[in-house]
Design a protein around this ligand. Structure first.
Ligand SMILES: [Zn+2]
Length: 87
């Protein structure tokens, strides 16, 4: 399956704004669970951004605090740290 996100409003495909960003996964109550690597895509029309292209497994689970924080710090220093929460 090929993921080709399209902006409904602008009728164009999203393009990669930044590869290999860090994404913190949070539970519905806001607790950090894991950090993933993904791509930041952007609509060239309206500038809407989405996170897609997640790896098949998280980089690190939050139950390994030191290594987890090392990853979070790395992406934060790159200006490439994002997050999402389960509903
Ligand atoms: Zn758009």
């Amino acid at each position: 399956m090929t993921i080709r996100p399209v902006c409904v409003k602008c009728k164009v495909e999203f393009v990669v704004a930044k590869n290999e960003v860090g994404v913190i996964e949070k539970s519905a109550d806001g607790a950090e669970q894991a950090i993933w690597e993904a791509d930041l895509l952007q609509c060239p029309g309206c500038g809407a951004q989405i996170l897609a292209g997640f790896g098949s497994a998280a980089i690190m689970q939050s139950w390994s605090p030191r290594r987890y924080q090392t990853n979070v710090s790395y992406f934060r220093e790159q200006g490439a740290l994002y997050e999402y929460a389960h509903r």
